[in-house]
Design a protein around this ligand. Structure first.
Ligand code: NDP
Length: 326
């Protein structure tokens, strides 16, 4: 059994990750918040044995094997580095950090400590996306030419806090959603992003549209937003002999549909069992701790999605195409 300390009494930890850890065969034994009241009510509400208003006692707890970091984004780096120094494995929320320097320091600390380091990008665990990747690898659509990600949603009212108001906390739709698009597109295409061009709206971005140029001259357009209530989500990959069309797949649920289109012929694709994205990720993380394989999304993957997000922001700010820095 892998025992976790949760750093951050966040909405996402409370509503999704505690249950997912348990469903993956682990347990959450401690929670850390900057507020003793929040820590206590989080622990009591979810049946977690110990709560702390500082990180150190959780990291000194001999029962703790791994740390899940879901504070606001500017605080991910310090918690991850401290956990690594204490010899704890780390699953960190996206974006890994707000700067590449911090993200590299996190990866270095984990590598030097010999602990597993993962990024909690969920989409590549989806049965829909995994099926699309398999079909692309099998040549079902021929040579890949282009992709499109539609990930414009309406941010729920209770999440309209630091995400919409605080650049310092790592708010904005680019850090929130474009990083996920990047990770799933890298996973599907098996290629790296070389450069981006983008435009945003809002001081703390609430909308972004842009284009990523991947290796091999594959272009991918993306549209992410906090303000679009009725668009639905989707992902398309277009090749020389067919297109994969996925709808309602950019979500935390194992839902949505995938179709293979050739000319006017549209065929529904069987995506197999609808396993929870987060439970799958945690099972892989637990296995990695036991020395079996790697996390579903590594620290390096998190660095790459952050690098793309930073390039997207720079492009929007400067009006120029920007090369990705890793
Ligand atoms: P929250 O706003 O719920 O929590 C972030 C931090 O805000 C908490 O750590 C907490 O600090 C503080 N906080 C929480 N509630 C209050 C409150 N009532 N008053 C004051 N401060 C409060 O963030 P989310 O759960 O939405 O996101 C957390 C992280 O998870 C982010 O990095 C985000 O990007 C990521 N995320 C990832 C998802 C995924 O699918 N991978 C989905 C959703 C979020 P303290 O811990 O000190 O109490």
């Amino acid at each position: 059994m892998i025992n976790w300390a949760f750093v951050g009494a966040s909405d996402f930890a409370r509503t999704r990750m505690v249950g997912s850890v348990r469903d993956a065969g682990g347990e959450v034994v401690a929670v850390v918040s900057s507020s003793a009241d929040r820590a206590r009510s989080f622990a009591e509400g979810l049946g977690i044995a110990r709560w702390h208003d500082a990180l150190e006692p959780a990291l000194a707890d001999p029962e703790v094997d791994a740390v899940y970091v879901s504070t606001t984004n500017e605080l991910h780096a310090a918690a991850t580095i401290a956990a690594a120094h204490a010899g704890r494995h780390v699953l960190c929320e996206k974006p890994l950090a707000t700067t590449l320097a911090d993200a590299y320091a996190m990866a270095t600390a984990c590598r030097e400590a010999g602990v597993v380091f993962g990024t909690n990008h969920h989409l590549r665990n989806a049965p829909t996306h995994r099926t699309m990747r398999r079909l692309i690898e099998e040549g079902a659509i021929g040579d890949v030419l282009a992709a499109r990600a539609f990930h414009a949603v309406s941010l729920p009212e209770h999440l309209r806090t630091w995400r919409v108001s605080s650049a310092a906390a790592g708010g904005g739709v680019v850090f929130d959603i474009t990083v996920h698009d990047t990770d799933v597109l890298r996973f599907l295409l098996g290629r790296e992003v070389l450069e981006v061009v983008a435009m945003t709206t809002g001081d703390v971005e609430e909308t972004v549209m842009g284009v990523m140029r991947f290796e091999g001259d594959v272009l991918a357009s993306f549209h992410d937003a906090f303000t679009i209530a009725h668009a639905g989500t989707g992902l398309e990959v277009h090749g020389t002999t067919g297109s994969l069309i996925a709808r309602e797949v950019m979500t935390g649920e194992p839902s949505g549909d995938v179709f293979l289109r050739r000319g006017a012929e549209l065929t529904a694709v069987d995506v197999g069992p609808r396993e929870s994205l987060y439970v799958r990720a945690l099972r892989a993380f637990h296995a990695a701790i036991r020395g079996e394989g790697a996390p579903a999304v590594t620290g390096e993957d998190g660095i790459r999605s952050l690098a793309v997000a930073l390039a997207v922001r720079e492009s929007a700010a400067t009006g120029r195409a920007v090369k990705v820095a890793v």
